[in-house]
Design a protein around this ligand. Sequence first.
Ligand code: ZN
Ligand code: ZN
Length: 277
Amino acid sequence: MLVGKPVHLINALLLTALAASAVASFWISPTPLLTGLALFHLLWFGLASSLYYHRVLAHEGARLHPLLEGFFLLGGLIGFSGDPVQWAALHRYHHRTSDVPGDLHSPLDGVWHSLFGWYLRIQPANFEALPDTSDLRDHWWLRWSQGSGPSALANGAYTALLWWWGGWQMAVFTLWMPIFVSFFLAWALIASLCHMPRFGDQPYPETRDRSRNVLWLAPFTFGEALHNTHHRYSGAAVLSRSWREWDLTGWLLILFEKVGLARQVRRVPREMRTATR
Ligand SMILES: [Zn+2]
Ligand SMILES: [Zn+2]
């Protein structure tokens, strides 16, 4: 089992520190600089997770220009998305086991479990059961990013830089708080709300899982809340089927494709975009 009883101490300490930073941010008076930097980091880390780790790496939905790939890889490492190959393996496992016993973060095992519990009790010793990611190990920059060291190093150096520049307030308000928010939006809310029948709708019931499209959540999650569409067409990097389905990640990929920074951007088949339920 990927999730067991023993607490993963590092993840528990990290999540506690991130949550404490989010709380401490209420006592910091934000200047325009702090607010702007915090928003930039939120966007950078959120897109590193949704656009690069998820749609490009885990599902091979598009290919990025090396400069853009480096930018988002750095964002993923600083923002504690961590080891990209492991991230992709864990996520491919979620698609293989959605809402059946063994699923990493199904709300069928409880709301707390799908929000944060799975992260606190994950068992890396059992990771050998994860799906194949040899396609990703071919890339030297991904091999070099494996393990927790590169992420810790990148975040540590960046935290030190911000602390030196603007004191602990800058590090906490513009870096650690946005990491917590993007973790909450990217992992926790998608894993829980978007697999609960009481939210959203399911235009593709043939997925035979509980994945849902939650339209009001899509703008806050860079489009990742179009989750039933995603489970049906996991290889598609563009999930939006109309202007009402906000998919910042997919729309940016289309833009990157137009200006030559992305290629082979895969879409939901045209004839399948009208399903409603
Ligand atoms: Zn899912
Ligand atoms: Zn996915």
